[in-house]
Write a protein that binds this ligand. Structure first.
Ligand code: GLP
Length: 251
């Protein structure tokens, strides 16, 4: 695991963008949430100046809410279209998001097919990740197993509370999601996790310095050889002194 620390989220995102452009023409794993926004902005600037072209890149999103119309503005289908497909110039037919609508049987059946679709595309070259304040990656909440695959999950109460800011009423906030599993994520050839802000500092410390295990799903990233954490100084503020400056830890 390599740890890159920059003063600001924008500077950390520039480093992440250097790593993500390697996937152009291949397969990019896409994350939603506020954490990757500066990274998508950095990538969009490089697309605009012609230094990278994602037109032939395939994209696979990490997750989607269950029971939300894909046309809802807060569905991850909508967010990926708005934040990624448009600004980065992906071809819409090459971008895939797990299906969260339909009957639960349909959702479960389509989740089962998602890992096979990623494998059929050749596997993910670079996976972008954020991190939840409880250490989740994708929607793999604490308790998720290392060998989990794409599946329907219950969201943790703290995740439902965090997501409620995007919805008009409590009743509208999804309580389930479909997420790539831990093993799905770990099959990517390389992984770039972006985190910023003091609210993520505890989760970052647990991921980097805590035990590897289900209590902090992001800790499983230490089982992978090609992981880079791109952090601003606030997100890195609870790491051991040596790590706060961006020195790596062993995989
Ligand atoms: C959601 C997403 C995760 C994301 C997390 C953190 O739960 N499913 O992929 O990493 O939120 O969100 P944010 O980056 O907005 O803090």
């Amino acid at each position: 695991m390599r740890i890159i620390v920059r003063d600001t989220a924008v500077e950390a995102a520039e480093h992440a963008a250097d790593l993500v452009v390697d996937s152009a023409g291949g397969v990019l794993g896409l994350a939603t949430g506020s954490s990757p926004q500066p990274l998508y902005a950095a990538l969009a600037a490089r697309v605009a100046d012609g230094s990278v072209d994602f037109g032939r890149t395939r994209g696979f999103a990490l997750d989607e809410y269950v029971g939300l119309d894909p046309a809802h503005p807060e569905s991850y289908h909508s967010i990926i279209a708005r934040d990624v497909i448009g600004p980065l110039g992906f071809s819409p037919s090459r971008v895939f998001v797990p299906a969260g609508s339909g009957t639960l049987d349909e959702v479960d059946a389509r989740a089962l097919d998602y890992d096979a679709a990623i494998a059929a595309a050749g596997g993910v070259d670079v996976q972008i990740l954020g991190i939840g304040s409880n250490g989740h990656i994708g929607f793999n909440e604490p308790g998720s197993a290392a060998d989990s695959v794409t599946r329907r999950v219950d969201l943790a109460p703290s995740t439902i509370a965090a997501n409620s800011r995007f919805f008009r009423s409590a009743g509208e906030v999804p309580v389930q999601a479909v997420t790539q599993g831990i093993s799905t994520i770990l099959r990517a050839r390389s992984i770039v996790l972006v985190a910023s802000g003091a609210a993520k500092a505890r989760a970052v410390r647990a991921a980097v310095e805590g035990p590897v295990g289900e209590s902090c799903p992001a800790s499983f990233l230490r089982l992978h050889d090609e992981v880079t954490l791109c952090l601003d100084s606030a997100a890195a503020s609870q790491l051991g002194v040596g790590l706060r400056s961006g020195a790596g830890v062993g995989a």
